[in-house]
Ligand binder design. Structure first.
Ligand SMILES: Nc1ncnc2c1ncn2[C@@H]1O[C@H](COP(=O)(O)OP(=O)(O)O)[C@@H](O)[C@H]1O
Ligand SMILES: [Mg+2]
Length: 269
């Protein structure tokens, strides 16, 4: 009998270290005289290097929860920690990728990406900016201005700019929502490829079930009024590239449709 047959050490990768820890989080907004309970006792851990989607209907509190993780929105009750440190406010390393184009129209691709790099030397900025320009597939467009770029290319600039500051987490809030459907599909593949190369922790907000099942390792499904975690669907066994016709993929997709309370059948009575 070989040694390995007696070896009782567990196989496979160890569970990832917790990167983001959300504990007992509540959020209230004051709307005129009414108090809106937007998030109700949210508890969640996102592992280091994990790709997580927050999925839920419009208005359920996805952006609010993302903003709270990034320190842009105050926490009314509970705590959020990143790398064991409580989140208390904004940080220059927490850059969002939004749906609306946040890049500066008067700056070249290179300048947009180097913008957040502060007072590093020119050489250092150059090395970092070029690395991320290459990573997102924009080599040759360094001197181009946003008006010369397609929607998908502008989103690539946004992703490069966010990654260039070496963020603890890549925060994405419906980043592909304004793109046409083919570009959107292409960008989903691209973000998974980039995540595979960088292994950054990604929190990606979407209301699109198919988007979440195509890209995420885990999907956190939020329900509305007040926002609570309804269920968490683990898709980590579905390796990339994902075969969208395979039975395990379709089973995961159906589970998410059900969690969202939506039928997988269109039309008819
Ligand atoms: N600054 C704010 N003041 C008052 N209400 C807000 C504010 N931001 C969000 N809301 C309300 O909180 C709820 C959740 O919003 P949001 O997090 O943007 O939802 P989602 O991103 O899931 O669409 C919505 O009802 C929205 O109207
Ligand atoms: Mg939102």
């Amino acid at each position: 009998m070989s040694d390995s047959a007696n070896d009782s050490t567990p196989r496979g990768a160890p569970p990832p270290r917790a990167k983001v820890v959300v504990r007992g989080v509540h959020k209230f907004f004051q709307k005129k005289k009414e108090t809106l309970h937007v998030l109700d006792n949210v508890n969640l851990e996102v592992g280091e290097g994990e790709f997580v989607c927050f999925l839920g209907p419009s208005g359920c509190g996805k952006s609010t929860l993302l903003n709270m993780c990034a320190g842009f929105e105050s926490i009314d009750k509970g705590t959020i920690e990143i790398d064991g440190q409580p989140v208390t406010g904004p940080d220059p390393r927490r850059v969002f990728v939004f749906q609306e184009y946040g890049i500066f129209p008067w700056m070249s691709v290179w300048d947009n990406i180097a913008f957040g790099l502060g007072n590093r030397s020119f050489e250092e900025k150059h090395t970092i900016a070029q690395r991320y320009i290459d990573l997102v597939g924009l080599s040759g467009f360094e001197r181009a201005f946003p008006m010369e770029l397609s929607g998908g290319m502008k989103q690539r600039v946004e992703v490069a700019r966010a990654l260039a500051v070496d963020p603890d987490v890549l925060y994405m809030d419906e980043p592909f929502g304004a793109l046409d459907s083919l570009t959107r599909l292409n960008m989903r593949s691209e973000i998974v490829r980039i995540w595979g190369e960088e292994r950054k922790t990604v929190i990606f907000v979407t209301h699109d079930i198919d988007e979440s099942v195509q890209i995420a390792q885990r999907v956190v499904v939020l329900g509305a009024r007040p926002g609570r975690i309804k269920t968490i669907v683990d898709l980590s066994a579905l390796e990339h590239p994902r075969d969208i016709d395979s039975p395990p993929y379709l089973a995961a997709r159906d589970e998410l449709y059900e969690a969202m309370g939506v039928s997988t059948r269109i039309g008819g009575k």
